[in-house]
Design a protein around this ligand. Structure first.
Ligand code: UT7
Length: 367
């Protein structure tokens, strides 16, 4: 049975920075309150021309470069987002098109902030089954578009960004070692985007009542998160036959510094074993774990051979953890430049649209 190795990683964040002081100008809050209660100092906000797909593509190109893969080498793209570009088509399909990953199947997976753990596990399982070799997993968000900028309970928390992993099959032991996935739909109300779906389609009233924004019972989510984070990490470690002594790093979902502190206490691990960057990006939902991972890899904290636990929680409610032995790129001789495919992809996409229009005209005539 092949092993599923994480061989590439990349991230993209928008340039514009929104500080706590900036927020204090639009809602009744303060830098001190936000830092004390969340650990967040600033977050990135997407420009008008930045979307989950464009940020996702940037992160993916970096990940493909690290893994030394062409977009056309990909068999599957799984995108996970709490702020997808559309209901459908899937953001994964937009990324597939923009990358020029012509041989890849692509779909979205929705598990809110736990999405990246669920998606990475699904990618690993597909590789372990022997049916595919190269998978791209993308977590990407422009949550700023779904935040009520008048609601100080939520607008201080979220930020935009994207992160991506490439997973590849190899006979060498290592890579993803274990994973646990959990859900409890009975807690769905505590964090939701109430309108826009089939239950509450968009109307003047839903817009007027602010139901297209994120709604959150912060205290309830906080209690849930502190209950499940440490437990999920322990379960995944046990499944891999490891303890906290065996691992070099924990990379948690970056929602709130105090939640991470509680998980560290539960696991009896020092905080310096946790990769934390919530101060600079806020909560980027599905992108938070890969962004923290990429920064740790780029700084040289996370090294090949290191054992790591990824752990997260989110709306649904969902929570989960995944353990992996960090690999790094598999040895290959060629050097590829995945960004060059972007131009081919644009031209190809344009011509495919024209061909579909022409086919449509002839098909109608045949009828
Ligand atoms: O990916 C999952 C996403 N969600 C989360 O992770 C959220 C988890 N929850 C949390 O992180 C915390 O519950 C929050 C940071 C959202 C809130 O912190 P808290 O310590 O639970 O504060 P609180 O909701 O109990 O509010 C305490 C007080 C309230 O005032 P009163 O009723 O005591 O007068 C709030 O109105 O703080 C007030 N408050 C604020 N004050 C200044 C709430 N938000 C703010 C704010 N600035 N931004």
């Amino acid at each position: 049975m092949p092993y599923a190795h994480i061989t590439g990683w990349g991230m993209a964040v928008p340039e514009p920075v929104l500080t706590n002081d900036d927020l204090a100008k639009i809602v009744e809050t303060s830098d001190e309150w936000i830092r004390d209660r969340t650990g967040i100092r600033e977050r990135r906000i997407a420009r008008e021309n930045e979307f989950p797909s464009t940020l996702g593509v940037e992160a993916s190109i970096q990940a493909l470069k690290v893994a030394n893969l062409r977009p056309t080498d990909l068999d599957l793209i799984i995108c996970t987002s709490s702020s997808p570009e559309y209901f459908f088509p899937a953001t994964a399909c937009l990324i597939q098109d923009q990358l020029g990953a012509t041989k890849a199947g692509a779909f979205d997976l929705l598990a809110a902030c736990t999405g990246f753990i669920f998606a990475t596990n699904m990618a690993a399982q597909a590789i372990r089954s022997g049916s595919i070799k190269n998978v791209l997993v993308v977590g990407t968000e422009t949550l700023s578009r779904f935040v009520d900028w008048k609601d100080r309970n939520t607008c201080i928390l979220f930020g935009d960004g994207a992160g991506a992993f490439v997973l590849q099959a190899s006979d060498q032991p290592g890579g993803v070692l274990s994973a646990v996935m959990h859900s409890d739909g009975s807690g769905g109300d505590s964090l939701s985007l109430p309108a826009g779906g089939a239950r509450l389609p968009a109307t003047e009233a839903t817009i007027h009542e602010g139901k297209h924004f994120i709604h959150m019972d912060g205290k309830e989510v906080f209690r849930f998160a502190t209950r499940v984070m440490g437990r999920a990490a322990t379960e995944a470690l046990e499944l891999a036959g490891m303890t906290t002594e065996d691992i070099q790093w924990i990379i948690p979902h970056q929602a709130n510094y105090r939640i991470i502190e509680t998980a560290a206490k539960y696991l009896k691990m020092p905080l310096d074993k946790f990769i934390i960057n919530v101060d600079r990006y806020g909560n980027t939902s599905t992108a938070s774990i890969p962004i923290a991972t990429v920064e740790a890899a780029q700084k040289g904290q996370l090294k090949p051979g290191d054992k790591v636990v990824f752990v997260g929680f989110g709306a649904g409610l969902t929570w989960g953890a995944l353990t992996a032995q960090w690999t790094g790129p598999l040895p290959v001789k060629r050097h590829v430049h995945p960004e060059q495919y972007r131009w081919f992809a644009r031209v190809r996409s344009f011509f495919r649209r024209i061909i579909r229009i022409i086919e449509g005209i002839f098909f109608r005539r045949e009828l």
